[in-house]
Design a protein around this ligand. Structure first.
Ligand SMILES: Cc1cc2nc3c(=O)[nH]c(=O)nc-3n(C[C@H](O)[C@H](O)[C@H](O)COP(=O)(O)OP(=O)(O)OC[C@H]3O[C@@H](n4cnc5c(N)ncnc54)[C@H](O)[C@@H]3O)c2cc1C
Ligand SMILES: NC(=O)c1ccc[n+]([C@@H]2O[C@H](COP(=O)([O-])OP(=O)(O)OC[C@H]3O[C@@H](n4cnc5c(N)ncnc54)[C@H](OP(=O)(O)O)[C@@H]3O)[C@@H](O)[C@H]2O)c1
Length: 385
């Protein structure tokens, strides 16, 4: 297989990316600078820096901002006790029916009126009305990785999008220990002995345009993009773990304010159970067509493709798809400019090890040490559970 992605690039770039690429050239276009609360927080952080106490500024815990690797990012502008009341712009089911009871995944766009700025790779919290698992109302917050880039899907800096899988558990149709639907009363599974419907995912997937939605955050610094425009990215996602990568990829290859600045390569691997469960397939194909030398997309559809490398259930998972391109990927992984990201199921971490451990050892290194160095270099980003 010929890989047309340059691993090292002789490109000469004038400047490194500022705080975030999307806000680099047009400061007014960045939602990060549009709210007074954030501006005030950032102004305070700026003052602290002038005083030479930038690191201590973090310790002081200024409201609404956090310093991460010397850069200020929005942070918990809204708390669970005082969430932001946004409104639903749209909700769309983006998967189609499969034999699984939890087949449905929704793309939801929420209007935050410019009050909840965020950067790519962060998460927000959603508070559902409840009742929660123990009957409490409203429910406790659930975190969701943001699936839009900072300007939002319409690039007007007012919206945040999520990709949410509706949690549905039905006795006799897979794992189902708990029940929060009265027996016989579930509209879809009236005959089931037990049905559990996820509290917050149901709330989100049931939203209609105009409905209120309580938002907290933003939060999260693990999945941020590197600042170097020449960095390479390997994105590994299972299911809704695609969220932060949609956020990143729109920043890199789609949005007017940031498109064209990225000079590295990005390679997305997505794992889903059925082809009906593929997420944003068309978006990736469009990006690929526009940036064939910089963006690559491969997917693993576990129920439709086998892999003899999968010793657990013989199905094709993301790591086994990656093994098909292991030579090219290994060159990328070794490149100090390459960042590896994983989001979704926990098993991906050992999947990554399965892919590269032998190659690491073949080059005389110890895998644990190699990983430690990747982590130290901040080029190994994992958000799984
Ligand atoms: C950083 C982060 C990012 C995330 N991003 C996304 C995302 O982008 N998209 C997405 O879809 N999800 C995401 N999640 C998961 C999300 O936060 C929720 O966990 C998910 O939507 C399920 O929430 P729920 O309220 O619908 O389910 P819940 O109602 O919380 O149910 C969850 C599980 O708890 C079980 N349960 C019920 N009652 C009990 C009980 N009494 N004791 C023990 N267990 C019980 C249920 O059987 C079910 O399996 C993310 C999570 C994190 C931490
Ligand atoms: N930021 C975050 O932390 C974050 C963000 C979003 C989502 N999530 C979480 O990520 C998970 C995604 O689940 P989902 O229901 O959306 O996914 P899904 O649509 O069910 O897809 C999961 C895919 O991964 C495969 N898989 C199973 N075990 C695997 C392993 N060990 N290694 C690699 N692939 C494996 C599955 O194959 P089989 O068909 O063979 O099982 C399936 O193809 C959820 O737990 C979600 O809450 C976390």
């Amino acid at each position: 297989m010929a890989l047309d992605l340059p691993v090292t690039r002789p490109l000469h770039l004038e400047a490194t990316r500022p705080v975030k690429a999307h806000g680099a050239s047009k400061s007014t276009s960045s939602p990060f600078v549009t709210t007074s609360r954030v501006s005030a927080a950032l102004a305070l952080a700026g003052l602290a820096r002038q005083c030479g106490v930038l690191r201590r500024a973090t310790a002081v815990k200024k409201k609404g901002v956090r310093v991460v690797e010397g850069k200020e990012i929005p942070w918990n502008l809204f708390s669970p006790k005082a969430p932001y009341k946004g409104s639903t712009v749209s909700k769309e089911t983006i998967t189609s029916k499969t034999p699984l009871v939890n087949w449905e995944t929704c793309h939801v766009i929420m209007d935050h009126g410019g009050k909840v700025p965020y950067i790519e790779g962060q998460s927000i919290g959603i508070i559902a009305p409840g009742p929660d698992k123990k009957g409490e109302t409203p429910a406790k917050i659930r975190l969701y990785s943001i699936a839009s880039s900072a300007p939002g899907d319409d690039e007007k800096n007012n919206t945040v999008s999520l990709v949410v899988k509706r949690v549905v558990e039905v006795a006799g149709r897979g794992w189902c220990e708990y029940s929060n639907v009265e027996k016989g009363k579930d509209p879809e599974f009236p005959d089931a002995a037990k049905v559990y419907r996820g509290v917050c995912s149901s709330h989100i997937c049931d939203l209609n345009a105009g409905d209120d939605v309580l938002i907290t955050g933003p939060t999260g610094a693990e999945m941020l993009l590197p600042e170097d425009p020449e960095a390479n990215m390997i994105f590994m996602a299972t299911g809704t773990g695609i969220a932060p990568f949609r956020s990143h990829l729109r920043n890199l290859f789609h949005d007017r304010v940031s498109k064209g600045k990225f000079k590295g390569v990005a390679w997305l691997f997505l794992g889903v159970p059925f082809s009906q469960s593929l997420l944003y397939d068309e978006e990736w194909k469009e990006m690929q067509a526009e940036y064939p030398d910089q963006f690559r997309y491969d997917y693993a559809v576990s129920s439709e493709e086998k892999s003899e490398k999968n010793k657990i259930n013989g199905e094709m998972w993301v790591q086994h798809k990656m093994m098909q391109y292991a030579d090219d990927l290994w060159e990328l992984v070794k490149d100090p400019k390459t960042h590896v990201y994983m989001c979704g199921l926990k098993g991906m971490e050992s999947g990554f090890a399965e892919c590269f451990q032998e190659r690491v050892e073949a080059e005389g290194m110890v895998y644990a040490e190699f990983l430690k160095k990747m982590k130290k270099d901040k080029r190994y980003h994992v958000e799984v559970y």
